[in-house]
Structures are given as C-alpha cells and as structure tokens.
Ligand binder design. Structure first.
Ligand code: SF4
Length: 336
C-alpha cells in the first residue's frame, strides 16, 4: 500500500461515469486516456450516481469508481471553525474533488457523503475564476486540498499545477495544500513560491498501519517533506488528528521525536496539533458504517455540534504533544 501514490497513475477504476457536459473538457479526455481499461458510462448528472440511496461507503472503498462532472454550484466556501486558520484572515476552502483515494477509519467524509466514489470536477478553471473574482475584493487564504487529498491524485488531475500557477500570478492568494501523500514528485517541476504552503499530516506508523489504510508510511511522508524543504517550499507539519488510542503517549511522543530527528536542521513554517473531532451528525453515520471501530467507540463529548474527547483527555493530549514538539520548534510556531 506504501506505493499507492505512485501506482495510482496505473490504478484501475473499473468504471468511469462521465456527465455528458464533461465530455467538452480537455481534462476529461486526458483522464480517459489514462484509464484505457475502464468501462465508460455516460450519465446526465453526477448526483444520479453519487447520491443514489443505499450505498455502502466502506464497501465502495474496496473498488471506488471515478465520476467526472461539471460543477454548477460555487466552488469557494468560508472555512469551518473546526479548522485552524493559522492567523490568516479570509480563510476559505475549495473542493474540486470529492472523496479521497485513502481510507482513514476516522475520516469525516464517510459521514458527509453518501458514496466513496471519487468525483472530479473537470471545470477547475471556473474555481480559479471564482477565486480571482474574490481576490478583487480582498486577499484570500485558501485551502485547496479539502475533502480530498489533491497531491495524491495530481498525476490524474494536475489541479495543483493550476492552483500554484494562480498563486504565482496573484500574491494576495495564499494557498494551503494539505496531504498525507508521498507524491511530492508530481509537483517537483514547479518552482517553489512564498504564498504556497505544503501541509503534511503526520501520523505514527502504528496509526498509519491500523487506521489510515492506503496512506504512505511515516518514513515516506518525511522523505517527501525533506525534499520539499530542501527545494525551498514552505512546509507545515500537522499532528492532526491525534487519536486517543492505547499507549498514545509513547506512540505520539516517539513520532514527534522521529519527525524532527529526520528533518534535522531543516526549518518548518509551523506545526499544528489537533485532537480528533467531528460533526455530531457525521459521527452518527460513521458509527453505523463502522460499528466495531475502536477509535469511534470512544464516549465522545458534544460541544457546539462537534464531538471530541472529554476535556481532561484533550488537555492531556495537547499538553504532552506541545511539550514534545516544543523541544524542537519555538512556541510561536506551534498552533493548537
Ligand atoms: S487522507 Fe484525509 S481525506 Fe483522505 S481518507 Fe484520510 S482523513 Fe479522509
């Protein structure tokens, strides 16, 4: 599974559902050409497939289908208060791909979407145009790898190339690219710029192996991070979500230690620490989908519509992680 990123280039979506209108886009043709063995099914609207009732999100993860669609609704949304804006004003996010090639047991997407099939909106230019229109009014801090992992599918979509090009031409656009992938190679041809932040989610191997199916190992993520920093990219490290599992203190302390020993004297932009949290309604669905999940069976506390660990555990996690990170990174660069 470590090689999923690289192999995705050849990964077989047995079926590709394509909206009639999506055929008019070059990206559709390019994607079809990469999946020569897939069965193509023409559809009127992506929701005819994506929103069908009685789908099994978890079962579909074993053989996800691809859906190519043209997004009619807006692309840019205000950032959620469950996510950190890292002190940036005008925090927004955009979702040009729905769903993710990975299969994290704690992923909120399984509570949010009726299907784990992957939807790619091929009219990415419309998202960028909408962004440019907002930029006429004010600067933007835009998270582009949201509700998906864009770097993991860059070989299919090339969306990061487009977003980074937009940031290159518009200094008042700052973008964050959040990823767990080891597919930095896919954007290595781009010259790093100051207003693009590559944000890697870091998890201990114990968590990767048990709860983050399909994602690259900690070593592979760290190797990618080192390469990115060496080439001049700004990198944010995210220990988020920290999971309250058996021996979590040992597991996460050694993960933090390993991370910074691996990075050596390379500078990171900042570090974020966050505990697992999810919207109440999503958690209800997630519990139905994964009734035997160890991590989802915690007796969560509900506060303002969001479920997380009880305050004692939250404070313990934050305190211990912060102290451990603080051995390597100044306090003013740590966001909790
Ligand atoms: S990498 Fe993120 S978006 Fe993808 S499955 Fe895991 S938690 Fe969900």
């Amino acid at each position: 599974m470590d090689n999923l990123d690289k192999n995705l280039w050849n990964c077989s979506f047995s079926h590709i559902y394509i909206e009639k209108e999506a055929y008019n886009y070059n990206l559709t043709k390019e994607i079809i050409s990469k999946f020569k063995n897939s069965i193509i099914v023409e559809i009127d609207h992506y929701k005819d497939v994506f929103c069908k009732s009685h789908q099994d999100f978890v079962a579909q993860k074993n053989s996800p289908k691809l859906i190519l669609a043209v997004k009619k609704e807006k692309f840019i949304y205000e950032g959620s208060n469950m996510c950190d804006s890292f002190g940036n004003d005008n925090f927004y996010y955009t979702s040009s791909v729905m769903n993710c090639i990975y299969n994290c047991e704690y992923c909120y997407l399984q509570g949010m979407y009726p299907s784990s099939n992957i939807v790619i909106f091929v009219n990415i230019e419309a998202a960028i145009e909408e962004t440019l229109n907002i930029l006429k009014q004010h600067p933007l801090y835009l998270c582009v790898s949201y509700d998906t992992d864009l770097m993991a599918v860059e070989n299919i979509t090339a969306f990061l190339h487009k977003w980074i090009a937009a940031a290159m031409e518009n200094k008042n656009l700052k973008i964050e690219i959040r990823t767990k992938s080891a597919n930095f190679d896919s954007i290595k041809d781009i010259h790093p710029i100051k207003n693009v932040i590559l944000a890697w989610t870091i998890s201990p191997d114990e968590i990767v192996n048990e709860f983050e199916k399909g994602t690259p190992s900690l070593n592979k993520r760290l190797t990618n991070i080192c390469e990115a920093i060496d080439l001049g990219w700004k990198v944010r490290i995210c220990f988020d979500p920290v999971l309250y599992v058996d021996k979590w203190i040992d597991i996460y302390k050694s993960c933090v230690q390993k991370t910074f020993e691996y990075l050596g004297n390379r500078e990171v932009l900042e570090v974020s620490i966050g505990v697992f949290r999810v919207a109440k309604d999503y958690l209800k669905i997630m519990n139905k989908l994964r009734p035997n999940s160890k991590i989802l069976s915690y007796p969560f506390t509900l506060e303002a519509g969001s479920c997380s660990y009880n305050n004692v555990h939250i404070e313990e996690i934050k305190g211990i992680l912060k102290a451990q990170v603080n051995k390597y990174v100044e306090s003013n660069k740590i966001y909790i």
